[in-house]
Design a protein. Structure first.
Lengths: 390, 390, 390, 390
């Protein structure tokens, strides 16, 4: 079941780590550590194998994948050995990463992008292509009436002035759906979260997933917050500081993306505790940190007879190394869901996201059970299920 | 359903905090923060109310409860207001905390302890008495052939040289079972974990629970370790340092209890990860810390393509304030299990323990589900179930 | 040598802690822990004794000192015992804390404030009165031509529109100098840092000190940064997060004071390292933290052959308990300097400040030597020295 | 002034890092970051230049320097580029690292070692050779009467049963002094700290320095502890945990070396505070940590009116990268001292050591001043000074 994975932002750190990682595992040069779908519990699900994935993508930059991989090796994100050993395979993947095609309006842009997807699928004889957005975070979207209905949207997309109607992530979702491809948004951007796009997905019978891969601080929150809830300990304050560099950090130092990211990060507490403790989540750019992130969270809580206590944690992680295996997991799970006849929002993938679609639980353990049930259902269950968007 | 709670170590910090807390909640002076059985999810279970609990206990020391409570208020463990307001009620509880009766052998000691339990039950017209061990941690027990069979045990207990045959926690369990009382061990001590005592519990149709209340560092471990497992991230090292004072800390500074406690703390990693990462769990006595504990844990782990990452956390908690509400929870749940006809090991209480009985899961979320099912079963299910000891 | 200490912000946490502390030490109820001038090294300096200090002050609020002290005891800032024992003495101090007198322009306001100082001095027969500003942090001051020369300033102060010409801290400094009183600014506010006020201090032959008491995170920085410098280790990034509540925190959550405080906190790195590492110092308001502050600093640095390393620290302190003894130290040292004939900026007090006057060193050890030499000079040296303002 | 540096433990991580680093700086491939003697303040001292150092050494292992350097590059201790570029130079250094010569007694062993030193000096026409011990930590030495006097020692060294009379570090010191070479002990081992060896150093007119390079946790302690002292804040507890791997960690997991190291680490608190706070310093072996060390220290202290506060820090460093430049500094400074006529204990080098010789101060700032004065004296001062051993 050869499956295409089309990465929007295909030259970024996460994309290159995912591609190199899949190649390295296939070549026996690395273990699939961090790949959730390789756990025994999920082994029985009918997913495309890691070795059956073929990569392509769009990107606005033109740094070759090999160069990017070497740069990531120099800063310790990627191991030097596999980068050297797989130069040829990276160069092959290189040929499938293209610039965004120039267009006079968003309708044409989408059509050209969809054509890229179709050509990719055809040339590689792929069973399907899953589009995954790993581009930089966008600011929150200004509402527009045309977002509400597909016909209005498509009309507006044909207007020359409609170039900013859809943000890049939503344009990518639109193009994917048009081409009959499932779509996953690994970022907090709008992506498929517009009623008009949900209509299109339903009509084209394709599933979609999102939002915002849960890789570090929020991952820890999604187990610590339920712990306090289960123990009936009252969280008084939860303050977080995230220091990160890299392209992601630079982008998040701009107010719009910063606010979008912070909003995405803040969901878990309210949902798992049932109330919002005091405290902010800060994201600060620290250029020198490169692709590494350090987060510090301080939690103060109240126990029996009002006794105040505290826990703080410091997380030092490499976002690309945490995100890349999840990108592979999501591509495989979404491909299988599509094969299985699923369309619309894949709320069962909440395990992977900071801001999951629908009314999914935010506690990691509950999300894990949902995922396991979902994977079991892919194996045994009969057929199509549709979920509405949030 | 007035229920007795007999605390072995009834003058210790945990016991006094539990007693004062129950009194304060009853009097409307405090919220039941930290009491798991007061969560909405468990509200429907047919448990004795917090206000229906009557307290007594054994202790080797003779510091009056009021004095101890005032001392705990001076060091910030207890709030000063309720301690002042509830002096009279504490004095009433005082009358039911007795010294361990002197005896010529363990058989007689157990008989006298059982008589104390019977007298307590009769005088207060209690539906039943649950015995909870909150005394100091004992060293690991030296094996003895008489531990294997009840008849052999009882014979050996009558020998004058048999005084050290059972450690205090097991003698308390024996006496409880003899008196028809359920028993809970909140410490890592041996308690009911001897085949002979399991036979006695089965014969007397009483349930028992344990071991070692999970209040701080291990609680956090029981959510963090499953997080790594669910994400297929390989934990390379997990090192813990616990600094604590108080009577508990002083006792744990002795090699025997220290080893017993460290063994209990180490269970969660192997069980939830499926392998043992490198690293030790240290427990160091720091007199000046009093009833507060600071734990620091460093976890290093490996992600995609071998990338090393790390998280560390610092926990600053008050053990008595964390333990006391769980003691009340356990007394109430065990009483209800007894009422419901359960006997033998209550493996479903794993949520509360570092080293749970039987083959219970060690991840907190799985333990929570087990607890919820257990509480539901108390409400709806029919009758007696027996579990074997570990 | 009975000495008056006039606290601008006399009903705030720092002021009340300083007053209660001085009373408690005098009464033998507390040790002078945290008082630098009580160290053996400085014992020989001819300072007014702690017991010889008499307190008064201005404040815009009217909460009685006893009430404030009880509130601080309830949240653990002050010990309950001394607050109870010293109620009478606090009530006596109460009578000397007055509202800011209403006035039609700043000239009249200053005259009335100076009259309060004179009356205080006369009634208590004080050798002198030292004015210490412990009021809330002000935003940075907008420049005005009249700040440059005393005559222009005094003319402008008489204009009815000139009410906002001087910020409260500078008005207090002006009033102090007018009354012949030394002035210390324990905050980052402008205080005496205007050429016109320096002229006045020089003319009135009074010394002044500042700025911004160094009590926590910056104190640690002032020893860690020199450590890196002395070891030729290159600091790459230094990121700080300060979480604090209380009135100080609420005020610092406003952009103006926040920027002023952050600027003050940032001085130490550039001065001790000789370059500015990447990274921000954040100050976030966390109401629930009350008078306590938690700061987290992450420092990454480069060693031999480019090897990157890191250290982070978490400081959990009570600002009032850290600041109050320094306020007493400063009052005593400044009184002695005045006695000794010093006038103008007391740059030798850099040890106490985040943003010291003049070109003083920022490393704590160098500041300590400067302080010791200064104290020695008070004892042995002859006479007047003048320093220019920054 | 070409100077030999003879490294006892010449194939270990510290030695290889020092050699590679000196070569890399000489070749313009690296900055001398971490080299204290390269700071402007010390630039005027008449030291041999980094580029004038020639390396040799003894070691019991036989892993070639190039291999060791590559292994250190693989684990991120050394940068890969310079290791590749300097293979030839490392191979040249290789030829001067020899096994310890076999001998029938310690007298002969010392003579053979001294001959190696003499041959090294002669072949490279070195002005002098400084011997630096960077071998693994030894257990504390059992006292022996022959340690007290040189003649008794030399007699005992000739006995066949006297093989264990001197530990390796002291034997190396003896051989160095016999060969007229200065000696520096970078470890907590005994080294030259025996009266008999001091006599020999004095007689041979050579200086020596030590003990135990201050590279991480203790370095931070040596600035934090004086901070508390200068502020009259009472440190109540200071607890440290050190997790480290590598050969050093493995050796320190043995009780003898562990105790010796912990003793060395504990000096700074008592000396700088004037009292010993509660708390232990733990050193735990964590194989997976390799040449990196993580230390966590928790300090609780008391401020004004008994208020308790706390600070903790986490240090994550690479011991070799921290130690190696100090080894170069010490070799250069000791060479210059010898040139200047100094003999006996160089107490002025306390800045570099956890457990400095003589009655040197333990606060880093005081040690820095001592070092600066010492360096100034080398430049300007006339001649020989002798210090006694501790």
């Amino acid at each position: 079941m050869t499956t295409g994975v089309w990465l929007v932002g295909g030259r970024g750190s996460v994309a290159v780590t995912a591609v190199l990682g899949a190649l390295a595992v296939r070549a026996g040069l690395a273990e699939p550590t961090g790949c959730v779908t390789e756990l025994p519990r999920l082994a029985g699900a009918p997913l495309p194998a890691l070795g059956e994935l073929v990569f392509g993508g769009h990107d606005v930059t033109s740094v070759p994948l090999v160069k990017k991989a070497q740069a990531l090796a120099d800063t310790g994100v990627l191991p030097a050995g596999p980068v050297r050993a797989l130069e040829e395979e990276l160069a092959a993947a290189e040929r499938e990463v293209r610039p965004l095609p120039p267009a006079r309006d968003q309708a044409e842009a989408a059509a050209l992008m969809a054509a890229d997807l179709a050509s990719f699928q055809e040339r590689h004889r792929l069973r399907r292509v899953v589009v995954v957005n790993v581009a930089t975070t966008e600011p929150a979207l200004a509402p527009h009436p045309a977002h509400a209905r597909l016909d209005a949207l498509e009309e507006a997309m044909r207007e020359p002035g409609g170039r900013a109607l859809l943000p890049p992530s939503s344009l990518a979702a639109y193009a994917a759906f048009r081409a009959g491809c499932p779509f996953v948004d690994f970022t907090p951007s709008t992506g498929a979260r517009l009623p008009a796009l949900h209509q299109l997905a339903a009509r084209r019978r394709v599933p979609y997933g999102g939002h915002d891969g849960k890789t570090g601080e929020t991952l820890v929150k999604s187990v610590l917050a339920p712990m306090f809830a289960m123990r009936n300990l009252r969280v008084r304050t939860w303050s977080g500081t995230n220091l990160l560099g890299g392209g992601d950090g630079a982008n998040l130092s701009r107010p719009g993306p910063n606010a979008a990211k912070a909003a995405s990060k803040s969901k878990v507490l309210g949902e798992t505790l049932g109330y919002l403790p005091q405290g902010e989540t800060r994201i600060d750019y620290l250029e020198d940190a490169g692709d590494f992130k350090t987060a510090w969270d301080l939690v103060t809580f109240e126990g029996f007879l009002g006794r105040r206590m505290r826990v703080d944690f410091t997380w030092h992680g490499c976002d690309s190394a945490l995100a890349a295996p999840l990108v592979l997991d999501l591509a495989r799970l979404t491909a299988a869901a599509h094969e299985h006849g699923r369309r619309g929002a894949l709320t069962e993938l909440a395990f992977f996201f900071k801001d999951p679609l629908g009314s999914a639980p935010h506690g990691l353990a509950d999300q894990w059970r949902l995922l396991c049930d979902f994977a079991d259902g892919l194996r045994t269950g009969p057929g199509p299920v549709t979920s509405g968007p949030r």
